[in-house]
Design a protein around this ligand. Structure first.
Ligand SMILES: Nc1ncnc2c1ncn2[C@@H]1O[C@H](COP(=O)(O)OP(=O)(O)OP(=O)(O)O)[C@@H](O)[C@H]1O
Ligand SMILES: [Mg+2]
Length: 281
């Protein structure tokens, strides 16, 4: 295997549960992600979450982004504002604003045009105004948004809003980006834009971590290093307990299937396994 996992945790979820009005939606969610090291390349992390509708993916993502107060447990991630210890930043409990978040509804600033939203997204990026303009214009062209760059969100199509929301996070250069169904409803060209953006983010910084969910299982297996299935676990009596949790984890790195350009017969086998896990939960 041409990779190592460092001993350093970059994301940890401990015993997380969330309730709405006393009703448990997700519970007992635990996971630990470590920095993946590959000789000679910068390698960020990509995590995919899949599962049937209503199992709690969006609820979990809002907790990961610090937008939801968990009933129990916590989410820890690298605190990049602190000096590294042994080469790695210390962990902190997530707060709103620590991670880039693209919600399932692609919420945008109502009073900013696309170009204003992009400039705002890059406000903390350490580059000159001219450099930022150049980057923004290149991306707007590549993502098919140049013609509409002076329009407001209510003047955009659904796909244009979605691309704008994703691009905002891509340009803001936060190390953690969480995307709730970034691929739904995009045309093939735009899907490729988002895939390319994922690749670029991954190659830019060792600690960059992309977390996304999708109903496209092929895409999840193609893009992620680890695929987590969120579903209802099976009780001893054989019935499903109707509270979402991680029911299965597929580690594509261990299987030698991560970071491959080709989608092979082995990937297709994993897709089938993942689909089975989803259907059983
Ligand atoms: N604010 C809320 N108040 C009460 N119940 C909620 C709230 N948000 C979500 N739920 C409930 O929590 C459950 C999980 O919803 P969630 O949106 O997390 O599912 P999901 O896995 O993202 O589904 P989908 O694949 O359809 O997007 C659903 O039963 C939903 O009705
Ligand atoms: Mg959802």
């Amino acid at each position: 295997m041409n990779y190592n996992e460092s001993a350093e945790t970059i994301l940890a979820v401990e015993n997380l549960s969330v309730e709405y009005d006393g009703k448990k939606i997700i519970q007992n969610i635990n996971l630990t992600e470590k920095d993946v090291l590959r000789p000679g390349v910068i390698q960020g992390q990509t995590l995919a979450f899949v599962g049937r509708s209503g199992r709690g993916k969006s609820t979990f993502f809002r907790s990961l982004a610090g937008l939801e107060t968990p009933t129990t447990g916590k989410v820890l991630l690298s605190d990049l504002s602190k000096e590294p210890e042994n080469g790695y930043p210390p962990l902190k409990e997530v707060e709103e604003g620590d991670v880039g978040f693209v919600d399932q509804k692609y919420t945008l600033f109502r009073h900013k045009t696309i170009i204003q939203a992009m400039e705002f997204a890059m406000r903390k990026v350490d580059k000159t105004k001219a450099e930022k303009q150049k980057i923004i214009n290149t991306h707007l062209r590549d993502w098919g948004l140049e013609q509409v760059k002076h329009q407001y969100p209510n003047e955009l199509s659904g796909g244009q809003r979605q691309r704008t929301a994703i691009l905002e996070q891509v340009l803001s250069s936060t190390n953690y980006i969480i995307l709730d169904e970034p691929f739904s409803g995009l045309d093939v060209g735009n899907i490729q834009n988002v895939i390319n953006a994922f690749k670029l983010i991954n190659e830019t910084h060792e600690l960059n971590t992309i977390i996304f969910c999708t109903h496209d299982i092929e895409l999840a297996v193609q893009l992620a290093d680890t695929v987590y299935v969120i579903g209802y676990p099976t009780l001893e009596n054989g019935n499903l307990e109707m509270i979402g949790t991680i029911v299965e984890t597929f580690d594509l790195k261990e299987r030698g299937l991560a970071w491959r350009d080709a989608f092979t017969a082995q990937h297709i086998e994993v897709v089938e396994e993942v689909k089975k896990a989803i259907l059983n939960s």
